[in-house]
Design a protein around this ligand. Structure first.
Ligand SMILES: [Fe+2]
Length: 322
């Protein structure tokens, strides 16, 4: 069965479970805008089909938009199952959760925002927390799958992962981790309501553009409040993620003790990811170089105690060279 010009949603190829019978077809992109069914409706996803994905090097799979809610239900069940399965490696679990979080946040930024998408991101944050609290090697595995290429949505997933890993390293309780993970993944949501040419501009913003850009923390809070978010800690952590200890940040120019500690953690994760990912106008810095810049050039902006501990955390957890 081949489809052309239908409404499709991107899905994670890692979300497919061998042996599961899918109630809806799953597609891959063939030539031009023609999509072929990889799995037909009511067909089982077999090992052979999985081999076909590898053989054809299919990176992107799709379901019909009308079937997406069914896919989401399937993935919830699948994640719950794999989290409890000790035979599955932390690396694979991390890759699956990371892929799904990336898709969810991509949809949040590219399509309309609704409560369902926010709830879905919260579920994935909680899955990540469960994974890293139950398994020492999982935090490291999770960091290993962060993306080096900068897109607003990959950045949001990365920041959430860094903040959660660091929060677990600081031995924060589950509630605080939940706030950190959610604030991390949603911190730049306000950019959705800022013109694309400003958000994705290559190079320096004009004063006017910068002042528009500076509204994104407050815009995020407005969007979330409208959708019924009432966790004040999450809202504060998002609103304050560009505040700096010396009062030179925005939107309020808060000073050291006025900035919530969870916001200070998000700020460190945010800056670290911005420095270590590749943009069209700059290369990615290596972990060591990024941490050096943060330590030497941002002393008045970032909490020095937290930063020192973040350096210990990154030193312990990352052995890749990037
Ligand atoms: Fe931001």
């Amino acid at each position: 069965m081949a489809y052309k010009k239908v409404k499709l949603n991107h899905i994670s190829r890692k979300a497919l479970e061998v042996g599961h019978v899918y109630k809806y077809p799953v597609f891959y992109k063939d030539i031009g805008d023609i999509y072929q069914a990889l799995i037909e409706q009511d067909e089982s996803f077999t090992k052979e089909t999985q081999d076909k994905i590898d053989k054809l090097q299919l990176k992107d799979l799709y379901v019909l938009t009308k079937d997406h809610p069914l896919y989401e239900k399937d993935t919830q069940v699948y994640i719950a199952k794999i989290l409890d399965d000790n035979s599955i490696s932390s690396k694979l679990k991390s890759e699956i959760i990371h892929d799904m979080a990336t898709d969810t946040i991509n949809e949040l930024f590219s399509g309309e925002i609704n409560k369902n998408k926010i709830d879905r991101s919260t579920e994935l944050v909680n899955d990540t927390i469960q994974l890293i609290l139950n398994d020492e090697s999982a935090a490291k595995a999770m960091l290993g799958v962060t993306s080096y290429d900068y897109y607003t949505y990959t950045h949001c997933v990365n920041v959430s992962i860094y903040a959660l890993g660091f929060g677990a390293h600081l031995k924060l309780d589950k509630n605080k981790l939940n706030v950190l993970g959610r604030a991390g993944i949603l911190h730049d949501l306000g950019k959705k309501n800022i013109p694309n040419e400003i958000v994705n501009k290559n190079g320096r913003l004009t004063d006017e553009e910068f002042s528009t850009m500076k509204s994104h923390p407050v815009l995020a809070v407005e969007i979330l409040k409208e959708l019924g978010e009432n966790n004040q800690l999450v809202l504060d952590a998002i609103e304050q993620h560009h505040e700096k200890l010396d009062g030179s940040g925005y939107p309020k120019g808060l000073k050291a003790h006025e900035i919530h500690i969870l916001s200070q953690i998000i700020a460190i994760a945010d800056i670290f990811d911005a420095l270590t990912t590749k943009r069209s106008y700059k290369d990615a810095l290596k972990t060591f170089d990024a941490l050096s810049i943060m330590k030497n050039e941002m002393t008045s902006e970032l909490n020095p105690h937290l930063l020192a501990e973040f350096m210990v955390f990154m030193g312990n957890r990352i052995d890749r060279y990037k």
